[in-house]
Write a protein that binds this ligand. Structure first.
Ligand SMILES: [Zn+2]
Length: 408
């Protein structure tokens, strides 16, 4: 027994003032209980770190540890309480666990590793024999550790985007680091306050170092950036512009398809996704179908041509050339006279200064789009996020590229 106690003492990494008092093995419960006792006369105050006298002990507490030979292993101890001259009576921090955790640090480290490599959270929970709530707590602490370690990182190019949360019209604001392809923060709603709350997670130095922020033409986000990031340009990027153009083409198609349908012409029915694709990305049969539709001289075809023409805009080398092209394109839009496209043209005109900034910074929310699909996976693997907090925790856990390691 003596050597087994010694073995566990080393395995848990206990300091010399803690002793393994007893090891209880339950064959039927497949459980090992390791009872620990504090033998010091003095205790470190958890607030100031100064040494105080031992006052008394707390009631017994239990921590889940890594399994031993497939036996669930539990540490049991009464924590010493310190009598600090400054802070009064305080419960000491156990060397094997984080504050308020029911798990040892080694167990949490293992759980984090496993979660990062498991295809689904459910699979990890089963392997660890943990319930959803316990796993959530471990992830939450891991994210908090990671966020604290981020304060020296440099931030140059950011993206702000909205995402849907739950089903229906409930949104969150996501702040992304475009250079490192990671989510920095997620806040409920898509208001100026939400965007400001996300930006406030940056320290002053980081705020000053941001050169530009890519975003949709959405006033609340723009206001927040202008207020909090003194040196940042706004860039209404090509992903959002493309989204508006695609929506305009689809609006033209729907109207035209309805009109044709009335006279029994169904050629546009079911063609929605064809118009969203770039011809060079179409498969052979899609290309043929598309050419046929273009030959039909539909209004939808004209709308599509205007959308496709706009791709040139982003390839021009400088703001002057881009402005010149935009004027030409706007005239074409007016000449064709389709109102959904005219509306997009007017929208772009109103925000034109912050579209031209692309030629200074060349950033897009393409990274955010990539993160979006990763977030979709996180969402799908945990059906029904009822609480925003756990949604945020999971996004930051999987898409935040945080250093969540536990240091002992
Ligand atoms: Zn103290």
């Amino acid at each position: 027994m003596q050597s087994l106690s010694h073995h566990y003492h080393q395995l848990i990494g206990l300091p010399s003032n803690w002793k393994v008092e007893k090891i209880n093995l339950s064959m039927t419960g497949k459980q090992i209980e390791i009872r620990l006792v504090y033998e010091g006369k003095q205790v470190d105050c958890p607030v100031c770190g100064q040494v105080g006298n031992l006052y008394d002990h707390t009631a017994e507490q239990r921590w889940r540890h890594l399994d031993t030979m497939q036996f669930e292993t539990i540490l049991v101890a009464r924590l010493p309480r310190c009598q600090c001259k400054e802070h009064g009576i305080k419960t000491a921090q156990p060397p094997w666990a984080a504050r308020h955790s029911r798990f040892t640090l080694l167990f949490e480290s293992f759980a984090i590793e496993l979660l990062q490599h498991c295809a689904s959270i459910k699979a990890a929970a089963q392997m660890l024999r943990l319930d959803w709530h316990a796993l959530n707590q471990i992830m939450k602490r891991a994210v908090e550790r990671g966020l604290k370690r981020r304060e020296n990182d440099e931030m140059t190019y950011l993206g702000i985007d909205e995402k849907s949360f739950k089903s229906g019209h409930h949104y969150v604001t996501a702040l992304n680091d475009l250079e490192q392809g990671r989510v920095l923060e997620v806040v409920e709603h898509r208001t100026t306050d939400a965007a400001k709350e996300a930006l406030e997670t940056l320290n002053q130095k980081q705020k000053e170092s941001v050169k530009a922020v890519a975003m949709d033409m959405w006033k609340p986000f723009a206001s927040a950036v202008q207020e909090l990031l003194p040196n940042a340009d706004l860039v209404h990027d090509r992903f959002h512009v493309s989204k508006y153009l695609n929506e305009a083409v689809d609006a033209v198609r729907r109207k035209e398809s309805r009109e044709l349908d009335e006279s029994g012409d169904k050629r546009l029915v079911g063609s929605k996704y064809l118009w969203l694709r770039n011809p060079e990305r179409m498969r052979q049969e899609q290309q043929e179908e598309w050419r046929e539709l273009m030959a039909g001289e539909f209004k939808t075809g004209q709308a599509w041509a205007l959308k496709n023409m706009f791709r040139v805009f982003w390839q021009l080398g400088c703001a002057d050339a881009a402005s010149f092209f935009f004027e030409y394109w706007s005239k074409r839009v007016d000449a064709v006279g389709l109102s959904p496209l005219i509306k997009v043209k007017e929208l772009l005109q109103r925000h034109f200064d912050n579209i031209l900034t692309y030629f200074k910074h060349a950033i897009t929310n393409a990274v955010s789009e990539g993160l979006n699909s990763k977030i979709q996976i996180v969402k799908a693997s945990a059906r029904g996020f009822h609480r925003f907090e756990s949604y945020r925790t999971r996004i930051l856990f999987y898409c935040g590229k945080l250093n969540m390691a536990i240091e002992r």
